[in-house]
Design a protein around this ligand. Sequence first.
Ligand code: ADP
Ligand code: MG
Length: 383
Amino acid sequence: MRPPVILPGATLGVMGGGQLGRMFVHEAQRLGYFTAVLDPDENSPAGLVSHHHIRAAYLDAHGLDQLARLSAAITTEFENVPAEALAALARRRPVAPGAEAVAIAQDRAREKAHFTACGVPCAPHAVIETPQQLQAVAGELLPGVLKTARLGYDGKGQVRVASREQLAAAWDELKRVPCVLEKLLPLAAECSVIVARGADGQMVNLPAQLNLHRGGILAVTEVFEGAVAPAQARQAVEAARAVADGLQYTGVLCIEFFILDDGSLVVNEMAPRPHNSGHYSVDACDVSQFELQVRALAGLPLPAPRQHSPAIMLNLLGDLWFRHGEAEVTPPWAEVLALPGAHLHLYGKLSARPGRKMGHLTFTGASSAQVRELALRAAALLG
Ligand code: ADP
Ligand code: MG
């Protein structure tokens, strides 16, 4: 059954005040909603632009009470929000995605079990929680990548290992927390698919996105005809939809995939929220991933997004602010904005740090060749 529709004029709440929350807030406000953000940081990017900003820890009972009072429905913008907080909020208000789906996405072992249950292949792996499990690891998983089951992001909390000795040392280095050892796979490319699913099961998706990572952090996303080969794009979309249906998911979900050297597709991980690789949708699609998040939360119709322009997104990391040495310098925005089809998004973070996501640039244009040319010129300007 369709839950009641929450119409513009109501307040939508979000757990977390990072850039994803900020872009959610912008979209919600454009559609005529009021917004409430819960984030302990007084300068959080979303808190700075929201009608209400509750400065509290994610498990603070008073803060959660305030958020529930203010909001007609609540979503999340980061996957490490405590699932208990979402469960507590769900006793008072509609919460999407639900605590259970978020709890699965927070844990690499549970996530992989879910992929397998949905019939979507993932990397050969073993769960390591005890010294016995460490000893029993099959030799064919080496060389591999040891990843903490929880709290890893942007390549943090993972170590590449080539031998049993290195594996044991890596587990020590990761403080023997529960981990997953994955076989190191020969990657030809990486892609992702974003789906939005309503509480009634209606689902739409954005096109498959080609992702390039640098140092474990997303650097570039390309989305145009053929960026991901059609056969793999079709498979990725099908797999993403199966994963969302299997979770009875409500909201926006991103599923990341590896494309292997032999052309086969393997699911990597999922994020229960909009995703960095979907930022291009703000400028290149008629409905963005953030509008889909608002609509899914409010129980509004989910039209299939149409991409009206080829797109390339470049992430802007804090390193750009230090490219001439120690002192912080402003990147050459005027030159970059002189390029046609350049859409600059800065997240309002008050200080830059190397590796910190400060913003992104999306290029749209008449053809994939044109957006490539523009992205290359921007990259040269940004040095
Ligand atoms: P994070 O949560 O930090 O994004 P991922 O599991 O997505 O962690 O790993 C980050 C990157 O490391 C991936 O995008 C991929 O480039 C590389 N990687 C991760 N696992 C494997 C693997 N099993 N084989 C080859 N490369 C991998
Ligand atoms: Mg990843």
